[in-house]
Design a protein around this ligand. Structure first.
Ligand SMILES: Cc1cc2nc3c(=O)[nH]c(=O)nc-3n(C[C@H](O)[C@H](O)[C@H](O)COP(=O)(O)O)c2cc1C
Length: 328
């Protein structure tokens, strides 16, 4: 798949996720086969107010490519400015958020609220497309609720306005994260657009990825939560797409090594005081799914220091090896 001149191969993407898809996790995901990674959502209004956090969210690793910066907002001028900043920061593409269901966001008319305001949604896409030279993509849900499945029509309008790819998270705003996602929404969008379509929602296994591609006509899959503590999912999907065969899951050593690298990188990026609280959930995810790991996961919740976190991972590794475990 190509978005503009950007080659996305294998067709597997890391989802933009607030609090997760930072520089450290994007580097990890890319190393495991995610062909395109996108930053956490950057709020265009906060950026206009020169919020330090927004600048931080836009920071990219040297040489990080291809990478998208995601922006959120409903004011076309502010969104155009945010897109230009994203371009200056080195983004290969700018992604517009039309899926965020969070009250604080939708009450401002941003995120998934744009799905019920066609004029504003199109105005935002037009303004952003005109503001930058890099490709513009839109990540959207299917609609505000099941009485208003607006994504197929909006996607068509966005294509006309110059968007170069659409990601469809196959749920409505009213669904929040209720399972299962309805992949038929992806198929409905496919029927209306010719630009690349990325399917998203509940891809958890290589088989899910193939099934999504085959049943919806999507060109690529985007993986979010299934990558928590398991960035190897990208490699497993890629391998399965290419060969029809399964790669073995990572062993305890590989998991511990990745957890420690993630920790190290987060401390470099954010400093110990901010990184460790954020790494608690990440470490708990890496240590999940092994007999006796509940106790270790519980202990992640009170970690304060990098050295403590490292000791805990080593202790878990000894425990896991003693159990002579493999993971499926
Ligand atoms: C913790 C978390 C944060 C998220 N933040 C964003 C975000 O900043 N921008 C966005 O477009 N979607 C965001 N999402 C939605 C995901 O990108 C994705 O659409 C959703 O999780 C469904 O995919 P999955 O079933 O593979 O997880 C977030 C999801 C989660 C779980």
């Amino acid at each position: 798949m190509k978005i503009g001149e950007i080659v996305i191969d294998p067709p597997i993407l890391l989802a933009p996720m607030a609090g997760v898809s930072n520089r450290a996790f994007r580097a990890i995901s890319r190393s495991q086969g995610a062909s395109l990674c996108t930053t956490e959502m950057v709020n265009a209004t906060a950026l206009a107010h020169k919020s330090a956090k927004s600048y931080w969210l836009m920071e990219l690793d040297p040489g990080e490519a291809p990478v998208g910066i995601q922006i959120a907002g409903s004011d076309p001028d502010l969104m155009a400015q945010a897109a230009q900043q994203a371009e200056r920061h080195g983004a290969d593409l700018v992604d517009i958020n039309m899926g965020c269901p969070v009250k604080k966001i939708v009450n401002n008319g941003d995120g998934s609220a744009l799905l019920k305001d066609e004029d504003s949604a199109v105005a935002v896409v037009e303004a952003v497309v005109q503001a930058v030279k890099i490709p513009v993509t839109v990540k959207m849900r299917a609609g505000w609720d099941h009485d208003s499945i607006t994504a197929p029509r909006l996607a068509q309008l966005f294509e006309k306005a110059g968007a170069q790819a659409i990601t469809l998270h196959a749920r409505t705003r009213s669904d929040q994260y209720v399972r299962p996602a309805n992949w038929d929404f992806i198929r409905q969008v496919r029927e209306r657009i010719t630009i690349p379509l990325i399917g998203n929602g509940d891809v958890e296994t290589p088989e899910d990825a193939i099934r999504m591609l085959e049943t919806t006509g999507a060109d690529a899959v985007m993986v979010g939560r299934a990558s928590f503590g398991d960035p190897w999912i990208f490699r497993r999907i890629a391998h399965y797409l290419m060969t029809g065969e399964h790669l073995p899951p990572p062993d305890a050593y590989e998991r511990a090594r990745m957890a420690l690298w993630h920790l190290e990188r987060m401390v470099e990026i954010k400093g110990e005081a901010a990184a460790i609280p954020e790494m608690r959930k990440q470490l708990a995810w890496y240590l999940k799914g092994t007999p006796g790991s509940a106790e270790f996961r519980k202990r992640t919740q009170t970690l304060k220091l990098k050295a403590e976190a490292e000791s805990l991972v080593h202790e878990w590794l000894d425990h896991a090896r003693n159990e002579e475990l493999t993971w499926t």
